[in-house]
Design a protein around this ligand. Structure first.
Ligand SMILES: *Cc1c(COP(=O)(O)O)cnc(C)c1O
Length: 366
């Protein structure tokens, strides 16, 4: 069937909507006869939800004829207890992607500027345009790190928000607390700093960022976390912000009523009670990450520090090699994530999948 065409009289969306690039999701595995295929293209957790979580979620489904609790009371109470923060300093949404959209919508007028590192999370430029704002991308420094000096220098009259992604998706390095503190000391207090900590559970380094302590020390910092990565609940769509009450209130004000569904609420609450199991899984993934990083480096690749659940192959300016790398991965039954002309991101997945990546790194010319 042919889609309905636009006519000169058709209602027109904002120009920034027409300019929005599509969000390209990681490809699902392509079935290959005789070969188990693995999806390493979306930084998902290869483990299922934590023990007991699916049972609680399935039980919650029995109430699916009713709207979910719009106040997310149980989830707010559990998060407040977990982090020892007031409920008024919390906001939950449909993943931290939902929180990013909401924050930009709540804080930006058309023409306002949002400073963010690039390459970083693919959703940032799209969310900026959805808010009618203007992106000010700041190229990454060597090693795939945020160039914090350049980001401070990019803050101008119209800057409303600075996004900081640590560890940075897709390159992997995380900021140290010392770097972050020095940066925050230079950001004007009226500029909102979004600290996107989607992968914080995977960080294993000296002087690691403590997002909650950072929120406590600043009036302009919103910390974003998600149940999608470490907790293995990507399909449930739940994320949360920890931010000073006025920021959290703005987030809740623009939120979609009943956005976080009843199953997601139940699964998230139950997951927060499973700290030991969470840690065991994250530790296992971190051990696999170490094996992959060492294997890939031993094969002669220079790859950046990996503090998330993924590794980055910088192939900037070599689109043919990016396509060839992805095709060679396909052949091995692992789906990876080519990102523009910059490189390829590969998630840490099942042991077998990770081993195939290490062999690919050994056979692919670098
Ligand atoms: C995956 C990811 C998110 C959030 O994902 P949700 O599933 O929407 O919670 C946020 N930021 C970064 C950098 C990510 O990689």
């Amino acid at each position: 069937m042919t889609p309905t065409p636009a006519t000169p009289e058709s209602p027109q969306p904002r120009a920034s909507v027409a300019a929005m690039p599509p969000y390209v999701a990681g490809r699902p595995p392509v079935a290959r006869p005789g070969l188990t295929t693995y999806k390493l293209s979306s930084n998902e957790n290869p483990y299922p939800p934590l023990p007991g979580v699916l049972e609680v979620a399935a039980k919650a489904l029995e109430g699916a004829n009713r709207y979910p609790d719009m106040g997310n009371v149980a989830l707010y109470a559990k998060l407040a207890e977990t982090y020892d923060v007031p409920v008024a300093d919390l906001a939950v949404a449909t993943g931290s992607t939902g929180l990013i959209y909401q924050l930009l919508t709540a804080f930006c007028e058309p023409g306002d500027e949002i400073v963010h590192a690039w390459r970083s999370f693919e959703a940032y430029p799209i969310a900026v345009l959805a808010a009618g704002a203007t992106a000010v991308p700041v190229p990454l420094a060597a090693g795939g790190r945020h160039d914090l000096d350049a980001m401070v220098a990019a803050i101008g009259e119209r800057t409303k928000v600075v996004m900081v992604c640590t560890p940075n998706n897709p390159t992997g390095p995380a900021l140290t607390q010392t770097e972050l503190d020095a940066f925050l000391a230079r950001v004007p207090p009226h500029v909102l700093v979004i600290l996107d900590e989607a992968y914080c559970e995977f960080v294993r380094m000296a002087d690691a960022v403590d997002g909650i302590a950072t929120y406590r020390a600043h009036r302009n910092v919103a910390v974003l976390r998600t149940f999608s990565k470490a907790y293995g609940l990507a399909g449930f769509r739940v994320g949360y912000a920890v931010a000073p009450a006025p920021i959290a209130a703005a987030l809740r004000a623009v939120s979609l009523p009943f956005g976080v569904n009843l199953v997601g609420q139940a699964a998230a609450v139950e997951s927060l009670d499973r700290k030991a199991e969470l840690l065991a899984r994250v530790d296992a993934l971190v051990a696999e990450r170490t094996r992959v990083v060492e294997g890939v480096r031993a094969a002669g690749w220079e790859i950046p520090d990996a503090q998330g659940n993924f590794v980055w192959f910088d192939l900037a300016g070599a689109p043919d090699r990016i396509a060839a790398f992805a095709a060679a991965a396909d052949e091995l039954g692992i789906m990876v994530r080519p990102l523009g002309d910059d490189g390829v991101r590969v998630s840490i997945g099942e042991e077998e999948a990770n081993s195939r990546l290490i062999s690919l790194a050994g056979s692919f010319p670098h």
